[in-house]
Design a protein around this ligand. Structure first.
Ligand code: NAD
Ligand code: WQD
Length: 341
């Protein structure tokens, strides 16, 4: 298939592009590089020995986007592009709604104009909000996420549902990611956060490489086994393969129209203390840390019910926690400054 990948130069996008090329799909990446570097795509092409086309552009620039659809017969769109920092979304909510919600509408409009119906969206476990019990199941009513970032994901899921009601050819898949970590096992591509990392694993890895002094563990007084928060961490390569599985599913179900959501997670929660211990064991380094107050907006624990992806997409997260730690470290230690070489 010819697949347009928005946000394909970013962390999850670049790993997915690699898997798409390896599965013999043709790829056009459309990215404004606001949180990424074209170097990730250069490396993906070297790793796979295959070519992709890159267009630098913003999804809200519908003239440029339209030209891409004019120049290519696109079969499917995988839509990664978004702003994704939960804390920042409280400071500049309008930028988040503008980029994530308005940007998605622009993309769907151009798709509609060109009669492209296959749409795979990067959603998030955050759409379940605080209201739902764990583990999260796709049949649950969506919650009210505390952040503007989370709300933007709920809104795009709603927009997809409305679009499917209005257009009986629309074929949408919403992939609700849990906590992706790790890197390609080569250590050649990985996650390259700008500034101080917000997420746990990038921060741990930067402590290990000597870029940060110590980790703050946000709270040890939660109602969990060891008092720290529990999350469903999955390997980014498993997540990337989940997108190829979703494309295969769309192809195999040619009668399908509407929107279908799938959780992509392992189905298991792991605590922050356990993550730190697993990293130390895998890479033989000590991570200095201290316990600091809870981070506002953090839920104590959540993980996926991953049955639906297993039974319908034939997808399961198969890499181990040790793989996630070793691969994170290979990437971080070989590229202490990320893609800035
Ligand atoms: P990322 O920031 O590495 O990738 C996003 C990419 O989109 C970047 O390359 C950025 O330059 C691009 N982009 C942003 N706004 C754009 C615009 N207006 N036009 C064109 N390109 C634009 O983030 P990621 O971690 O790879 O996340 C990918 C997607 O997955 C996002 O939608 C994110 O919300 C979602 N998601 C991420 C996580 C996670 O923990 N990383 C979890 C759940 C969902
Ligand atoms: C994991 C755990 C922190 C950093 C976020 C978004 C979510 C999704 C994934 C996009 C938490 C603790 C963290 C640190 C810590 N993104 N932590 N010290 O918050 O589960 O999810 O990213 O959709 O929507 O909310 O991930 O990696 O930030 O935190 O103790 O320096 O690590 O409290 O328990 P989170 P995270």
């Amino acid at each position: 298939m010819k697949v347009l990948v928005t946000g394909g130069a970013g962390y999850i996008g670049s790993h997915t592009v690699l898997c798409l090329l390896q599965s013999n799909h043709q790829v056009i990446v459309y990215d404004n590089l606001c949180n990424s570097s074209e170097e990730s795509l250069t490396r993906v092409q070297k790793l796979t020995g295959k070519q992709l086309e890159f267009v630098e552009g913003d999804i809200r620039d519908t003239t440029k986007l339209d030209a891409v659809f004019d120049n290519h017969k696109i079969d499917a769109v995988i839509h990664f592009s978004a702003l994704k920092a939960v804390g920042e979304s409280a400071q500049i909510p309008l930028s988040y709604y503008q980029n994530n919600v308005h940007g998605s509408v622009c993309l769907l409009e151009v798709m509609q104009k060109h009669q492209v119906q296959n749409f795979i969206f990067s959603s998030s476990a955050t759409v379940y909000g605080e209201e739902n019990d764990i583990p999260y199941v796709e049949t649950m009513k969506l919650g009210t996420p505390s952040s503007a970032y989370g709300a933007s994901k709920v809104m795009v899921e709603r927009i997809m549902a409305d679009q499917a009601l209005a257009n009986n050819k629309f074929r949408g898949v919403s992939l609700r990611y849990f906590n992706p970590i790790g890197a390609h096992p080569s250590g050649i591509i990985g996650e390259d956060p700008k500034g101080i990392p917000n997420n746990l694993l990038p921060f741990v890895a930067q402590v290990a490489v000597g870029k940060r002094d110590k980790l703050s563990i946000f709270g040890d007084d939660y109602d969990t086994e060891d008092g720290s928060c529990e999350r469903d961490y999955l390997h980014v390569m498993d997540l990337a393969e989940g997108h190829v599985a979703a494309l295969d599913w769309l192809n195999a179900n040619s009668d399908f129209t509407g929107v279908e959501a799938f959780n992509l997670g392992t189905g298991k929660g792991i605590s922050v203390f356990k993550i730190v211990a697993a990293f130390e064991k895998a890479v033989h380094k000590t991570i200095p840390y201290h316990v600091s107050p809870r981070r506002s907006g953090d839920l104590s624990a959540f993980w996926a019910n991953a049955q639906k992806a297993s039974s319908q997409l034939n997808w399961q997260a198969k890499r181990s926690l040790n793989d996630m730690m070793e691969d994170t470290w290979r990437w971080q230690s070989n590229n202490p400054n990320g893609y800035d070489v």
